[in-house]
Design a protein around this ligand. Structure first.
Ligand SMILES: CC(C)(COP(=O)(O)OP(=O)(O)OC[C@H]1O[C@@H](n2cnc3c(N)ncnc32)[C@H](O)[C@@H]1OP(=O)(O)O)[C@@H](O)C(=O)NCCC(=O)NCCS
Length: 92
């Protein structure tokens, strides 16, 4: 869980902590995370860092869907696209 003390919010700590988490997690090629639909600050932070929304689950928290995001390393994203287009690749 990414958490910045209220007294220190909007000072860039969320950016720094998420960047650090990405550095560690990207060794495995991708980073998955989730947050509540109502959490506009976290959703904005994830968008800013290039996370892609992948889906949501309704019912974990009443009336507040859980939204899932992923960020993949660039080469991982390319191999996913290649798999999706039958391995034809791009520009060939
Ligand atoms: C989400 C959270 C970690 C952001 O930390 P922060 O230190 O305030 O974030 P930063 O100052 O680094 O801001 C980085 C970006 O986050 C987003 N953001 C942060 N606070 C925001 C707010 N109040 N409204 C909208 N966007 C916000 C913006 O995209 C911002 O980029 P910008 O400054 O260029 O607009 C912090 O609000 C927090 O700890 N919230 C409570 C815990 C929580 O909900 N964690 C996530 C659980 S899934």
């Amino acid at each position: 869980m990414l958490f910045v003390d209220e007294d220190y919010r909007r000072s860039g700590w969320g950016d720094k902590l998420l960047a650090r988490a990405e550095l560690i997690a990207m060794k495995s090629g991708e980073l998955w995370t989730s947050t509540n639909r109502s959490n506009l600050s976290m959703r904005s932070l994830l968008r800013k860092h290039g996370f892609r929304r992948t889906g949501h689950i309704i019912g974990l928290d009443a009336g507040d869907a859980e939204i899932f995001y992923v960020k993949k390393q660039p080469d991982q994203a390319i191999s996913c696209r290649r798999a999706a287009d039958g391995g034809r690749g791009h520009g060939a």
